[in-house]
Design a binder for this molecule. Structure first.
Ligand code: FCB
Length: 447
């Protein structure tokens, strides 16, 4: 057994997102979001689940902060519901919404927990969607107004800001695949949405810094290697393309390299939504990049040319989580290393990492999620390896603090360190929560 130790200033946290936990979807002046609209659409979400109540965190935030304190969390990543602050997306401010986050931030600080605020974790005000959504450039302008409002209100106490969570998922799953709000399936909308998300991000960075001069500002991307299913040239080309679609399309412009030419050419669509100066704004220097890592992708080309008869790799009996995602901890080491050695971001955080398993409450009221402990432990070992080769990894956030509304899967997938009984709203610390508390106290894991 060896001990993976982390640097003394390493930050241990857990993450959530507004729509997934808050509930109170129409209380105290909150406006409708695209996820309210989407989840209220029959057939959109498994079992007809909605975020109307979710974990009722809007009313139970005090209890939830106490739970975080019990775990010894040093940081908490949460998102602000844009339509709680600006019910119509821009214009009139809802003071009750601001007050909610104000109280939450105060309670966190009093508990010694550093808030990491995500401005946009997918709950766009429906009014802005009605006006065109992210495919419309005006939404990027509205985002900056919202970022300004939020960072003015909380910037005296919040020093860590994340503009967007996973713009790939907002754009691709929301506007092309249609599995997320707003449920559209249009390639041109998707491309414009991705650009305006990045543009809103780039415009917001200096605004946040102006409101909080010592702020650390970053963005969070979903990242994970795209591995070819075999060494065949066709599979390798397909994997590189997928890497371009998921990773480079976002990383490259953020790093000042513009959109990757190979993917632009492959898409073959007009990029006329890119205006002069946009790419400079998108490349606004960042203090950190947040990495959400869950699994890798294995890519097979659609067609194998006849002269290519390399055997397709069979991956040996991989373990999967309940999402069907392969457990591949080495992928965290690989992506962190790649980011450090190939991109100029000054610091990295793992802003999400975790697993869904079909947890159950045992006879004596305990939740024994041994597989989640194993998943998290293996990933932390890989994070430690990355630090050892020089990756400037500053912290780690488990996804998620609580079981919650897992988007199109509704409540059928549990990712929490803390079990939530959705009938009673009772919270039960799972074995993984107790384990994570010990990891934090020891600043490391035994492997
Ligand atoms: C990420 C999301 C997060 C959660 C996890 C499982 O893509 O950012 O909200 O749903 O996946």
């Amino acid at each position: 057994m060896t001990h993976t130790c982390f640097p003394s200033n390493f930050i241990w946290g857990a993450a959530t997102a507004s729509y997934q936990i808050e509930g109170a979807w129409n209380e105290d002046g909150k406006g409708e979001s695209i996820w309210d609209r989407f989840s209220h659409t029959p057939g959109a979400v498994a079992n007809g689940d909605t975020g109307d109540v979710a974990c009722d965190h809007y009313h139970r935030w005090c209890e939830d902060v106490a739970l975080m304190k019990t775990l010894g969390l040093q940081a908490y990543r949460f998102s602000i519901a844009w339509p709680r602050l600006l019910p119509a997306g821009r214009g009139d401010v809802n003071q009750a919404g601001l007050d909610f986050y104000d109280r939450l931030v105060d309670a966190l600080l009093e508990a010694g927990i550093t808030p990491f605020v995500t401005l946009y974790h997918w709950d766009l005000p429906q009014a802005l969607q009605d006006a065109g959504g992210w495919p419309a450039r005006a939404t990027a302008e509205a985002f900056v107004e919202y970022a300004d409002l939020a960072s003015r209100a909380l910037g005296d106490r919040v020093a860590h800001w994340i503009t967007l969570n996973e713009p790939f998922v907002s754009a691709v799953v929301g506007y092309l695949d249609g599995r997320h709000a707003p449920g559209h399936t249009n390639l041109d909308e998707m491309l414009a949405a991705a650009h305006h998300l990045l543009l809103g991000h780039g415009w917001a960075v200096p605004v946040i810094r102006q409101n909080r001069p010592q702020a650390e500002v970053g963005i969070v991307l979903n990242l994970g290697g795209q591995h070819p299913a075999s060494p065949s040239p066709a599979d390798r080309a397909a994997a590189w393309r997928q890497d371009g679609v998921i990773h480079r399309w976002f990383l490259d412009p953020l790093a000042g390299r513009g959109y990757p030419a190979d993917v632009v050419q492959w898409r073959g669509r007009p990029m006329d939504f890119v205006m002069g100066g946009d790419l400079e704004h998108i490349a606004a220097p960042l203090d950190f990049l947040g990495v959400n890592y869950y699994t890798r992708g294995i890519v097979r080309s659609q067609e194998i040319p006849e002269n290519e008869n390399e055997p397709r790799t069979v991956f040996p009996n991989p373990e999967h989580t309940e999402m069907g995602w392969e457990v591949y901890p080495e992928g965290l080491y690989e992506i962190l290393g790649r980011l450090h050695f190939c991109y100029p971001f000054p610091a990295l955080y793992v802003t999400e990492n975790g697993a869904a398993y079909p947890d159950q409450v045992g006879p004596s009221g305990e939740v024994d999620d041994a597989r989640r402990v194993s998943y998290l432990e293996q990933h932390l070992v890989q994070a430690g390896r990355a630090i050892a080769v020089g990756v400037p990894l500053r912290g780690y956030f488990a996804w998620s603090l609580l079981d919650n509304f897992e988007w199109a899967h509704g409540y059928s997938k549990r990712f929490g360190l803390v079990y939530v009984d959705y009938r009673t709203q009772q919270r039960i610390l799972k074995r993984s929560a107790h384990w994570y508390g010990r990891v934090i106290a020891a600043n490391g894991v035994m492997d």
